[in-house]
Design a protein around this ligand. Sequence first.
Ligand SMILES: Cc1ncc(COP(=O)(O)O)c(C=O)c1O
Length: 382
Amino acid sequence: MVSRRLQNIEESATLRMTNLANELKREGHDVISFSLGEPDLDTPKNITDAAVESLRRGDTHYSPSPGIPELRLAIAEKLNKENNLNIEPAHVIVTPGAKQAVFEAILAVLDKGDEAILFDPAWVSYDPCIKIAGGKTVFSPLDPDNDFNPTDVASYITTKTKLIVVNSPSNPTGGIFSREVLQEIADLAIDHNITVISDEIYEKIIYDKEHLSIGSLPGMEDRTITVNGFSKAYAMTGWRLGYLATSHELYTSMSKLQSHSVSSATTFVQWAGVEALKGDQSFIPEMVTEFKARRDLLVDGLNNMGIKCNYPSGAFYAFADVSAYGNGDNVCEKLLTEAYVAATPGSAFGPHSMDFIRISYATSRERIQTALQRIEQVLGYK
Ligand SMILES: Cc1ncc(COP(=O)(O)O)c(C=O)c1O
């Protein structure tokens, strides 16, 4: 009964762990969730107020499919000013979440049999999107000892390569690609006529380093689809608001896909997006300072008990090497059932990441401290 297209698509591993954790919670256990990818903070009030005002104004009708003009303009201005991209408002598509933007971009680029390069580990939804589009994922491993940067991208390119997906800062590693690596990817994309999707959803959550958009490198303007959204920077996961932007003509195809599927992002949510981009930004540095303190607490704690983990440069994830204790799947199961700490196994993010677990530290310092004590009791020092 099920289409061949969907038969090989697995349930998201991050959600599976969350479901398991919820089951244990229902049984009365105090489960600490290190598995979900969302800030634990509330959306800033000025943004919520903008949505309420919009609703009261009566913005309850269909929006233009690619978004309300005010938001597309605000996004284009942001991309020009902050990301050094030369994007017109007409080339911005506002989507219900960045995930939809990634999906539209992948469907617009790939044909059956085309290859797409993902860096391993990669966010859980890229590979299923590639499969749904009929494409084939080629995993290029990242180097844990070099802030999870790739080592030899060129060796993964074939005549069938149509797409490279860049996600810096990365989910699940928190790593940031260096300027040299982004330049190397750009050179390969130009030489081999490859499109790049640059998923920059964590660009605002960075410690000590700077964000660089690959689309701003010379020659990349016409072959990059930049994806971003409001979920992480403004704690707006449930609002479902994201966008994509490109000066490539692919824009027309992605627009068609959006208009025949989801139609548009929710109208009053888009007005909240205008306020998010144009209003007070002080929420972001405050959030980043708190995440940095949590990162240090977590990674210091893991290293002190002998678990190998680098300090991630961005996002709110740590990717720890647990090979001394078993593979990532076994360790996650042990942590959940014995320590009541829910993390995500590295296997969810790619075939080269079996020895790792992802720990999302978007939870309070107090909970991180308790989780560390429990992890130490279960895994001990090796
Ligand atoms: C790398 C990456 N891209 C995209 C998304 C999707 O974000 P949104 O909530 O805007 O759909 C996520 C969410 O976890 C993510 O981690």
